[in-house]
Structure formats: C-alpha cells, structure tokens
Design a binder for this molecule. Structure first.
Ligand code: NAD
Ligand code: KPL
Length: 314
C-alpha cells in the first residue's frame, strides 16, 4: 500500500545506513511508491533483515526495501546518506564509484566539517544537505519509531538555487515528512550548529534535560557563558547575524524542547560515540584557525571525550 502514485519511471533511491534515520526515510520513500534500497555497512546486518517496521502516530506499517552492501554493482542515481557524521565520509567513499554522473547525493547529518571533502568524493554528482528535526529511534534492528514530527531543510551544498532543491524534494516522501527547500543550506547549517554548541554538550555533561539550562544553578550559569563565547566566535568567523541572534535563539530552543534530552545526552546515556567533533569540536577548529579564543567550547569537548573514553575504551 503506498501513499501516492509515484511514476514507475522515477529514479530509484539508495539509502546509506541501516539506523533510525535510514529506516525512517527508506520506509517513507517506500510508502510513497519509490523504489528504494538500503545499503548496509556489511553482510552482518542481513540475517536480522525481514523488512522495515515503521511505528508512528498513524500505527504500525511494514515495508520491504531491498537490502544490499557496498559491493553491489547497481548504479546509484539518488543517494541519501544516513550515517552519523563521523562515518559519513568513509561510507560515501565506499560507494562513490557507483554514483551515476548526474546523481543527487543528500547528506543528512548533524554537525559540520566533512561536507567539503564529501563534495570532492562525489565528483560530478550534485551534493545536497538535509537538516532534519524529525525524531526517530530503533527499539530493535530495522524497527523504527517515528517519535516526533519535524521539518527537513534541503539545499544544494554549499549553496544553490532553491529550484534545485525543489526539484529533488519532489522525489522525496513529502506527504509523510515535511521538506523545505532553501537557497543557502550552509547558512542554515551554521545556525543549527550554533544552537547545538550551546545545548548538546552541556546537557550531556550535566545529564539534564534541555530546560534545565534556563533555570538558576550551574547548568544555567554555564549556558549563559557558552552562549556568550559561541556568539563571539561566530562573529569573529563572519557569521554576524547568527551571532547576534544566538542568545535568543538558543534560549527559545531550550524553552521549546525543555522536557527533551538532547541527542548528545541520549548518546552518552546509551554509551554511544557522540558527534562532538563535528559540533563544538568543529567550532574550536575554526576558532583556532582564526586565532580566536574558544576556551569554554574546548572544555566541553574535553569533558565529552572523557565521558566517551569511560565507556568506549572498555
Ligand atoms: P544511527 O546510529 O541510528 O544510524 C547510523 C547508521 O549508519 C548505522 O546503522 C550504522 O551501521 C550505519 N553506518 C555507519 N557506517 C556505515 C557504512 N560505511 N556503510 C553503511 N552504513 C553505515 O544514527 P541516526 O539516528 O540514524 O542518525 C543519523 C544522522 O542523523 C546523525 O548525524 C544524527 O545526528 C542525525 N539526526 C538524527 C535524528 C534522529 O532522531 N535519529 C534526528 C535528526 C538528525
Ligand atoms: O538538535 C537538538 C539535539 O538534541 O541534537 C536540540 C535542538 C538541542 C534539541 O534537543
């Protein structure tokens, strides 16, 4: 059963990854009548694969996209990369030789610092980035819960006319997942990075929900300090508007998501590697290159890496 009548001539999608976002998007693409295949890291995922179960407010559904590994020879016309930031380049490099000359490649990761390298990996293909606030998690392999509806901004990287993204959005499951094409996705990436720098690591260090950053006490005091420093760094890096808006924007996100655990706190609590190197770590590298101090963000990076070492090295 599919949502709409997608023409059978539409190019197929490949979704790289088998985690929460990969399953959400692959199932939603299948629901919209697209031909879609998941690409797993290796064959170890195959034994557990009997299709994707998608649970959402509308109930449970089952879809059966093909599952392949990077060794498959099928050319790729449309690729959605759904790995974590730290795996994106390796994953892309493993299948770049399969990209058709005019292929569209969409990177769907939090964080910054790997997109220019991705641009050189995709050669003549068109690179897009997607920033998503959809919420999804997998209680079991290939079983995904669509826990919160959000919006996905989509744009050509580093920038490009909105029409490019509009054309690609027509090949996405927009009846299920809201997609908003934008002209300057890099600007949106900076804007999201700025907010993530102020909320994610701090909530992971204190083990608190986002709203605790707005209350009196140590988390609230540190939130004010990290907002101040992050805005100063962004200003020094030429991101003047984002810098000026950051304190109010970060406060508003913390207020709106007060009861939520940030994605970094969830990673730490589940003893997973975090994306710190692509959030506060990226900001620190840029600040260092500009010879601008970034003390507080550096401390946050050290604290998160120490937490990770406590469980990843065992
Ligand atoms: P996840 O850990 O659930 O899934 C990542 C998947 O990538 C895993 O299945 C892993 O096996 C796979 N992978 C790694 N290397 C690979 C390779 N070489 N080839 C094939 N597969 C490979 O992560 P996720 O929650 O789906 O998040 C993906 C990205 O989306 C992250 O950057 C995250 O921050 C972002 N994001 C997630 C959510 C969410 O609600 N889950 C929301 C917004 C943004
Ligand atoms: O994007 C987020 C995240 O957790 O990664 C915020 C906006 C901080 C919401 O929790």
């Amino acid at each position: 059963m599919t949502d709409d009548a997608t023409p059978s001539t539409a190019p197929a999608w490949h979704v790289l990854g088998t985690g929460s976002m990969a399953c959400l998007w692959a199932a939603s693409l299948a629901a919209s009548g697209h031909e879609v295949s998941l690409i797993a890291r290796d064959r170890s995922r195959h034994a557990a694969y009997h299709g994707i179960t998608l649970e959402s407010a509308a109930g449970g559904e089952h879809f059966e996209p093909a599952l392949e590994t990077r060794e498959s020879a099928t050319p790729i016309a449309q690729l959605l990369v759904c790995t974590k930031a730290y795996d994106a380049l390796d994953a892309l490099a493993g299948i770049a030789h399969r990209l058709a000359p005019e292929a569209a490649v969409v990177l769907l990761q939090n964080g910054m610092g790997f997109h220019d390298e991705a641009l050189s990996l995709v050669g003549g293909a068109r690179l897009f980035c997607a920033l998503s606030t959809e919420g999804a998690w997998c209680p079991a392999p290939f079983h995904v819960r669509h826990a919160g509806r959000g919006v996905t901004l989509l744009g050509r990287y580093p920038r490009g006319p909105r029409e490019d993204a509009q054309a690609l959005a027509r090949a996405l499951p927009t009846r299920r997942l809201e997609v908003r094409p934008v002209d300057d996705i890099e600007h949106e990436m900076w804007r999201k990075l700025a907010v993530n720098c102020t909320i994610n690591a701090l909530t992971a260090v204190y083990g608190c929900p986002n709203g605790a950053l707005l209350e009196p006490g140590d988390p609230g005091r540190d939130f004010a300090a990290v907002c101040f420093e992050t805005a100063a760094v962004l200003d020094a890096l030429g991101q003047h508007i984002i810098a000026a808006e950051l304190p109010a924007a970060a406060t508003e996100v913390a207020r709106r998501t007060a009861a939520n655990r940030s994605s970094m706190l969830q990673d730490v609590q589940a003893r997973r590697r975090t994306e710190i190197d692509y959030i506060n770590g990226f900001l620190c590298r840029r600040a260092e290159a500009a010879d601008f101090p970034c003390h507080f963000n550096r401390v946050l990076c050290r604290r998160i890496r120490a937490l990770e070492q406590g469980y990843l090295s065992r």
